[in-house]
Design a binder for this molecule. Structure first.
Ligand code: GLC
Length: 468
């Protein structure tokens, strides 16, 4: 079986800001079960302590423009998967993973360090890259190092988790990346005068995947293409959608260590206890036990539909519901929930920040889960909600459309407050008919989005590329 080396900017359990980390933290393990050897390369951010890691290599030097950058490589085996950390404190030991003015150097260094890991420590058959932060590995391997026998025969898979973030930098950055000048053309990495790292990943990979079949089709249209729909169209023969799986070892209401009580499809009593625990945790009065609790766990970004929620929320609160929110991101959306909490005291509570334990409690304790995304490449929280019998109300876009159906959740199509309200009301109406509601919860809990099917699709893709 082919050996797979993944490269990403985050992976659970070491660093997470979003779903990318869940995928990179769990797919390698699912591949392992199919017989692949797998490894992951990621940065060592300041929050990752290395005392229980092994120093695998010292002083790997990578060259970017005028900079010679020295990194150390740490390694550790976590649940059978080898993890490598690229350690370069002045690049990665900072507040926040992304959004620094020298991100091209940070992720350029990560990408070049990957070549060193391949040369010195772990040679794969397939390099599997994720999002713009690791995209540079593709042009490095296929142009500058194309003649180097060390890398001969290695195939590249590039996965797009979110087309909105492309790693776009000013023209001057190109000279700091040590790439051949001909790459700064529209059919490679040039984009309206800028340099676009994701275009490099797309152009030089042997296969491109994105995280749901529906999103794979959507990104070829101007509405969802974020300016790359035409470019992706030219590479469409190597593009396909493979739905993300969920890690049901972590997300299982029958065993979840974060919950006050456990439950499953045949014994739902524990879910009521989880609802009480959720209210307590958020400091909400227990009279909310008689109200439907709407839950949200999300990055607070435009993508996740918060503008729609802002327009619909006041009307929605008039339906005598309770709202529990976990997430962090843009100030204006945090303010939205602060405003709601003071307008509807005792019925709205929000926690701003990333908190895995609270996320689990919301998934279990809420009755209904809201995910009105503007676009959604896959989305994982609706999949967790289904498993926890917490009925999702979703906008039918991307992976939300692929994972939720009329029997398990409530969908709406237009990005308009009225459509969102109607779908939420349909859910609330059925919530008041306990028999139908319980049947729906059971159908939702029966749906299986474990990794086994999707990991098999990746495995077939890898072997197909290698002709095995
Ligand atoms: C990004 C996408 C999300 C997807 C996740 C993992 O966070 O926005 O839809 O589930 O990546 O692929």
């Amino acid at each position: 079986m082919p050996r797979i080396l993944m490269v990403a900017s985050e992976a659970t359990p070491f660093a997470k800001t979003g779903g990318l980390a869940d995928v990179v933290g769990s797919l390698p393990r699912a591949l392992l079960e199919l017989g692949h050897q797998t490894a992951v390369v990621m940065p060592r951010y300041g929050n990752i302590a290395t005392h229980d890691w092994t120093q695998a290599w010292r002083n790997v030097v990578v060259y970017l423009g005028r900079h010679a950058i020295s990194c150390d490589i740490w390694s550790k085996i976590e649940r059978g998967v080898t993890f490598f950390l690229v350690d370069c404190p002045w690049l990665f030991d900072r507040w926040g993973y992304y959004g620094h003015p020298d991100d091209h150097l940070r992720f350029g260094a990560l990408s070049q360090a990957v070549l060193a890991v391949i040369r010195l420590l772990w040679r794969p058959d397939i390099v599997h890259l994720h999002d713009w932060q690791s995209a540079l590995v593709a042009p490095y391997l296929k142009t500058r190092f194309a003649a180097d026998p060390t890398f001969h025969g290695i195939k590249i898979v590039y996965t797009i988790h979110n087309l909105e973030h492309q790693g776009r930098f000013g023209r001057a950055v190109f000279d700091e990346l040590n790439l051949d000048p001909w790459l700064m053309r529209p059919d490679f990495m040039e984009y309206f005068g800028d340099v676009n790292l994701m275009k490099g990943g797309i152009a030089f990979s042997d296969a491109i995947t994105t995280v749901s079949p529906r999103y794979a089709a959507e990104i070829r249209t101007p509405e969802f293409g974020c300016g790359l729909d035409g470019f992706l169209g030219r590479h469409a023969d190597k593009l396909r959608g493979i739905l993300n799986g969920a890690d049901y070892e972590e997300w299982n209401p029958a065993t979840d260590p974060h919950l006050a009580a456990h439950y499953d499809r045949d014994n739902l009593a524990g879910k009521t206890e989880c609802k009480r625990d959720l209210l307590r945790e958020f400091g909400l009065p227990l009279d909310n036990m008689d109200r439907p609790v709407l839950g949200i766990v999300s990055r607070m970004a435009k993508q996740k539909g918060f503008d729609l929620l802002a327009s619909a929320a006041w009307e929605m609160m008039n339906d005598d519901v309770c709202l529990a929110v976990v997430g962090s991101g843009e100030q204006r959306y945090e303010d939205l929930f602060r405003g709601l909490a003071s307008a509807f005291p005792g019925r709205v509570a929000a926690y701003f920040g990333f908190n895995n334990k609270l996320a689990h409690k919301v998934e279990a304790g809420a009755d209904i889960f809201l995910m009105p995304s503007l676009f959604e490449p896959c989305g994982l929280n609706q999949i967790y909600s289904l498993r926890y019998g917490t009925i999702p109300v979703v906008r039918a876009t991307g992976g939300l459309d692929d994972t939720v159906d009329g029997g398990t959740g409530f969908k709406f199509w237009g990005y308009w407050p009225h459509d969102f309200l109607l779908a939420t009301r349909a859910a609330l109406d059925e919530y008041r008919r306990p028999e139908e509601w319980t049947a729906r919860m059971r159908r939702a809990m029966d749906r299986d989005f474990s990794w086994s099917a999707s990991a098999k699709m990746y495995s077939d893709l890898y072997r197909g590329l290698l002709g095995r």
